[in-house]
Design a protein around this ligand. Structure first.
Ligand SMILES: [Fe+2]
Length: 265
């Protein structure tokens, strides 16, 4: 099974730029071009939040126009830049979208690798949080199908990245999540977005990975007093690949077209 993982596209109304500078819509179209060129094709596409930048209906129109090019099922969770009601309306045709409450999803036994979308956003705020209700929901889900390799997808990482200006908006109560995950051996990855960079860490007995944005990167400034900044680094995506009898792999793939193919050796 091949799972394409996109994050933080920050789409804008047609014709408008992200932060007035970057054509995030065109960059997302390039990400989709990259996916459509893959052979074999991904079985599903997951999106780790911040589908849009301001949460307007016009931005979600751009989302649906772009996603309509993909033949695969698409599973998405919101990020802090999404607006829950507009997100819900935009994805109303998706069978996993709840009519109210957090925008979690669970692919259950539909695929060899299960993906649980865990909505940790706090409407109106930029940080995430894991309250009792959400933790209970996740505990109940994880009690099911405990032998199935599972990816947990959430927007804000529950750990620090070392970039103080984004860590101020991480997911709070990560310790509670780690405690729960330590009880399960089938969590192959904890997948996050939000920091617009690829990062890896041990977490809750699993491997936590963040996906890069399809738009801009948050500048890797590790000084505690660093000025916040973004940079226009090459965008990327993650591919999670499960072959029978093999460990689940994650490949990082830059988005775009590059010279090649060149001779092998
Ligand atoms: Fe973002």
């Amino acid at each position: 099974m091949l799972i394409a993982h996109l994050s933080d596209p920050h789409l804008r109304p047609k014709g408008q730029l992200y932060q007035g500078l970057i054509d995030s819509n065109a960059l997302f179209d390039q990400a989709i071009d990259t996916l459509l060129a893959l052979d074999p094709q991904p079985d599903i596409v997951i999106i780790g939040g911040d589908l849009v930048d301001e949460g307007t209906a016009a931005e979600y129109e751009t989302v649906q126009t772009a996603l309509s090019r993909l033949p695969q099922p698409v599973y998405a969770i919101p990020g802090n830049h999404d607006a829950p009601d507009a997100f819900r309306l935009s994805f109303h045709a998706a069978p996993y979208i709840a009519s109210s409450g957090p925008l979690h999803f669970d692919t259950g036994t539909d695929w060899p690798v299960r993906v649980i979308g865990f909505d940790v956003t706090v409407p109106g705020d930029h940080h995430g949080d894991i309250d009792d209700t959400r933790l209970d929901w996740l505990a109940q889900r994880l009690a099911e199908h405990s032998d199935r390799p599972t990816l947990l997808l959430m927007h804000q990482p529950p750990i620090d990245s070392g970039m103080a200006y984004i860590d101020a908006y991480k997911c709070q109560n990560g310790g509670r999540l780690a405690e729960l995950l330590f009880q399960h051996r089938n969590i192959e990855r904890v997948l996050c977005g939000h920091i617009h960079r690829a990062m890896q860490a041990r977490f809750g007995g699993s491997l936590l990975m963040t996906a890069p944005s399809t738009a801009t990167a948050i500048a890797l400034r590790l000084h505690p007093d660093a000025e916040p900044a973004s940079v226009s680094e090459p965008p990327g995506l993650l591919l999670h690949y499960q072959q029978p009898g093999q460990p689940l792999l994650t490949h990082w793939l830059p988005i775009g077209t590059f010279p090649g193919p060149l001779p092998f050796f």
